[in-house]
Design a binder for this molecule. Structure first.
Ligand SMILES: Cc1ncc(C[n+]2csc(CCOP(=O)(O)OP(=O)(O)O)c2C)c(N)n1
Ligand SMILES: [Mg+2]
Length: 305
C-alpha cells in the first residue's frame, strides 16, 4: 500500500509537470483494495484491470521500474513504451492488461477463467472494475457466462461512488453492486474497501471457493478516489465534506494504527514508507534517462510477431 501511495503521488506530480504523456487516472485512497485482493492471489492467477489500474498491477508483482518507464513511454517500459498508463500488461505474471474501455476486462477474465478450467490449471482470474461498469452489457454477459460454466472468476468491484463526473447513485435504481449478483445465481457481498484486512479476508474466502470449482464470486469494495477522475479534473461534482470524510478513513493510516497496536514502532512504520519513497525515486530517475523506443519498431507486434 505504501508503494502504491508513493507511486501514485509521484505520478500525479510528474503528470502536472508535463513529464508523463497521455492521461493518467490515479488510485490514491483505494490502495487497500489492490493490496488486499492481489495479496490473496497466486503468482500465476490472472488479472484484468481498468483505466485506474496502477495499484492492481503493482500489487500483482509487476516490476516497479518497468511500470514507471512504461508511463514515460520509454523502450525499457513493461510494454516497450507502447502501452502507457492505460494499457500496461505483464502476461508472465498473469496480468492481462489495464484497459481504457470501461467494462472490457470482465470478458477477458471470463476467457482466462475458461482456459484455466478447460486446461485444469487451477488458476483464478480476477476482473477489477468500477461501479460505473456495472451498467455496461459486458458485466451482465460475463457474469452470466461465468455462472453457467462455473468458471473460477472473481468480479472485484471498486465502488468509489463516481463514474467520471457523475454520482453513480443517480445512475441506477439499484445502487448496491453486490445485490446484482443474485440475478445470476452468484454470491455477492459488500466489504469496507479501505480496510486491507477485511479486503484480504473476503477475497481469500472467495478465491478459495472459485478454485475449488464453485464458480464465480462477486465482491463490492466500498472506497473513494482522493483525486479527480483524471489528473487535472477540477471536481465541481463532489461535495468537499464527502471527500474529507473519506480522507479520514485513509487505508494506510487504518493499517498503521493496527500495526502500532500490535507492537510496531514508529521507526518501523516510517522505514516502510521511506523504503517505498526511495524505490519510486530510483524508478523515476531510471525512466527519465532511459532510451526512447526506436521509431523503426513502431509496427512490431501489430500482426503478432
Ligand atoms: C465503453 C466506454 N464508455 C465510456 C468511457 C469513458 N469513461 C472512461 S472512465 C469512465 C467512468 C468509469 O467509472 P467507474 O467504472 O466507476 O471507474 P472509476 O473511474 O471510478 O475507477 C467513463 C464513462 C470509456 N472509456 N469506455
Ligand atoms: Mg467509480
Amino acid at each position: 500500500m505504501c508503494l502504491i501511495r508513493a507511486f501514485e503521488l509521484e505520478v500525479a506530480k510528474l503528470y502536472r509537470d508535463g513529464e508523463i504523456p497521455g492521461f493518467v487516472h490515479t488510485s490514491l485512497g483505494q490502495e487497500a483494495v489492490a493490496a488486499g485482493v492481489c495479496g490473496s492471489l497466486r503468482e500465476d492467477d490472472y488479472l484484468a484491470t481498468t483505466h485506474r489500474g496502477h495499484g492492481h498491477v503493482l500489487a500483482k508483482g509487476a516490476d516497479l521500474d518497468g511500470m514507471m518507464a512504461e508511463l514515460f513511454g520509454k523502450a525499457s517500459g513493461l510494454c516497450g513504451g507502447r502501452g502507457g498508463s492505460m494499457h500496461i500488461a505483464d502476461p508472465g505474471r498473469g496480468i492481462l492488461g489495464a484497459n481504457a474501455i470501461v467494462g472490457a476486462g470482465m470478458p477477458l477474465a471470463t476467457g482466462a477463467g475458461l482456459a484455466s478450467k478447460l486446461m485444469g490449471q487451477g488458476r483464478v482470474a480476477v476482473a477489477f472494475f468500477g461501479e460505473g461498469a456495472v451498467n455496461q452489457g459486458t458485466f451482465h454477459e460475463a457474469l452470466n457466462l461465468c455462472a453457467i460454466w462455473d468458471l473460477p472468476v472473481l468480479f472485484a468491484c471498486e465502488n468509489n461512488f463516481y463514474a467520471e463526473f457523475s454520482d453513480s447513485r443517480t445512475l441506477t435504481r439499484v445502487p448496491s453492486v453486490a445485490e446484482r449478483a443474485a440475478a445470476y445465481g452468484v454470491v455477492g457481498e459488500t466489504v469496507h474497501g479501505n480496510d486491507v484486512e477485511a479486503v484480504a479476508a473476503a477475497t481469500g474466502a472467495a478465491v478459495e471457493r472459485c478454485r475449488s470449482g464453485e464458480g464465480p464470486a462477486l465482491i463490492e469494495f466500498e472506497t473513494y478516489r482522493w483525486h479527480g477522475h483524471y489528473e487535472g479534473d477540477a471536481q465541481p461534482y463532489r461535495p468537499d465534506e464527502e471527500a474529507s470524510s473519506w480522507r479520514e478513513r485513509d487505508p494506510l493510516e487504518i493499517t498503521a494504527m493496527r500495526l502500532a497496536e500490535d507492537g510496531a514502532t514508529t521507526e518501523e512504520l516510517e522505514e516502510v514508507r521511506a523504503d517505498a519513497a526511495t524505490r519510486v525515486t530510483v524508478a523515476v530517475e531510471a525512466a527519465r534517462t532511459a532510451a526512447e523506443p526506436d521509431p523503426k519498431e513502431v509496427f512490431a507486434h501489430v500482426y503478432g510477431d
